[in-house]
Design a protein around this ligand. Structure first.
Ligand SMILES: Cc1ncc(COP(=O)(O)O)c(C=O)c1O
Length: 407
């Protein structure tokens, strides 16, 4: 007769890495999950208008590359990216005033991946990173995962203050400044040319990497284009420019790129090998084909025309929706509008009540690396039609009026 021993109680598995426990998920994603109900007018997501995707043109480009070069399109590719796509992106960058060759670029899986690669290539745990106040959320996550100390640079409605930047660089010895100078996420603001030159000069004088993230710059509705920081004297050898096809073609392609000096770009390429080997070949070739067969600038200017009307609809309705004493910006482009309600409104506390009115925004607090301003909120104005925006703002007004501020 065999005696079976009782199975020993299982030992717990080892814990997650400290960084996985300390970096929270994006509250924007959590809100998007709640607002997936079709009746919700969602000003929270940063979603380009899907009806404006050139689905036909993109489908034709995929059909062409799969019919004409299936062995290549479906094969592994180089980590740096498909030469045809890099050449097209380099030509677009050069045409916008920054001389660039294909070899200056690394294709990334969305510009989001460029942030992770840069964090891997540049940051030791404990290194200091300077960011805008408020700052793009998923950049805070990428730097948080790298174990960086994130410090906010004081600024105003035009962006970072170069003098405050210089003081912080001297005091904190940061590795890099992360900035979205054009139509920033979340504020929609644009850093004026003079400040760009001053930021470049600080980086040159004090020794600092600048990460210039520009996914929105092509979506301009008024005013003149402002040259990239990367194009300013002193910034050439220390600025990483990030670009993306997400907002001008379609985010589902997951195509972005980084333009960086050689040593850093090569380090990012090694980090990318470890992350995903390369960005999907078929997407890269289809995008290159699209850029060869279509006029992307003409498409972007059609999209910008529609987005301009949507921005104007939101600007027109805000005074009726937000409580008296609120202030908001007038973005010259991009996708976002930033508002500040009077004290003691708390937009995080108010959100559940507003969502019950079938409308959503993103509370401002999570975008701050330092002390949050709880009276702020971000509205995306490109996803809905002007009529829907009007209705959404009526609901927002009802939600905000429905109780005590801050309750
Ligand atoms: C400032 C900024 N950077 C980067 C990204 C990531 O874009 P993607 O990875 O789609 O290129 C976004 C997306 O919303 C963004 O707002």
């Amino acid at each position: 007769m065999t005696v079976t021993e009782p199975a020993p109680a299982p030992s717990p598995v080892p814990p997650l890495a400290a960084r996985a426990r300390s970096v929270g998920g994006s509250p924007v994603r959590d809100i998007l999950a709640v607002t997936a109900r079709p009746e919700v007018i969602n000003f929270a997501g940063g979603l380009p208008a899907p009806e404006l995707f050139d689905a036909e043109g993109i489908a034709a480009a995929y059909r062409a590359v799969l019919a004409e070069a299936p062995a290549r399109a479906l094969q592994y590719s180089t980590t740096e990216g498909e030469p045809a796509l890099r050449a097209a992106l380099a030509a677009r960058t050069t045409a916008r005033g920054l001389p660039t060759g294909p070899d200056d670029l690394l294709v990334t899986t969305g510009s989001q991946q460029a942030l992770s690669l840069l964090a891997t290539a540049l940051l030791e745990p404990g290194d200091t990173v300077l960011v805008e106040s408020p700052c793009y959320l998923a950049a805070l996550q990428a730097f948080g995962f790298a174990g960086a100390r994130v410090v906010a640079v004081p600024g105003d409605e035009h962006g970072v203050d170069p003098e405050a930047l210089e003081e912080l660089v001297v005091r904190e010895r940061p590795k890099l400044l992360y900035t979205v100078p054009t139509f920033q996420n979340p504020t929609g603001r644009t850093l004026p040319a003079g400040r760009r030159a001053a930021v470049a000069a600080v980086a040159a004088r004090r020794g600092l990497w600048i990460v210039e993230d520009d996914p929105y710059g092509e979506l301009r509705y008024e005013g003149e284009r402002v040259p990239w920081i990367a194009a300013h004297p002193g910034a050439e050898d220390r600025t990483v420019l990030l670009g993306s096809l997400s907002k001008v073609m379609a985010p589902g392609l997951r195509l972005g790129w980084l333009r960086a000096p050689g040593e850093l770009r090569r380090a990012c390429a090694v980090a990318k090998q470890a992350a995903d080997l390369h960005t999907p070949t078929v997407n890269q070739l289809a995008a290159a084909r699209y850029l060869a067969d279509n006029d992307l600038d003409a498409h972007v200017s059609r999209v910008a025309g529609v987005y301009r009307e949507r921005r104007d609809a939101m600007l027109a309705g805000l005074a009726g929706a937000l409580p008296e004493g609120s202030v908001w910006g007038r973005p010259e482009g991009g996708m976002f509008l930033w508002a500040r309600l009077p004290e003691p409104y708390d937009t995080t506390a108010l959100l559940p009540r507003v969502v019950r009115q079938d409308v959503a925004y993103v509370p401002g607090a999570p975008f701050y690396a330092g002390t949050p301003d709880r009276t702020t909120l971000r509205l995306c104005f490109v996803t809905q039609t002007p009529e829907e925006i009007g209705e959404g703002l009526r609901r927002l007004g009802a939600g905000l009026r429905g109780g005590t501020p801050g309750a």
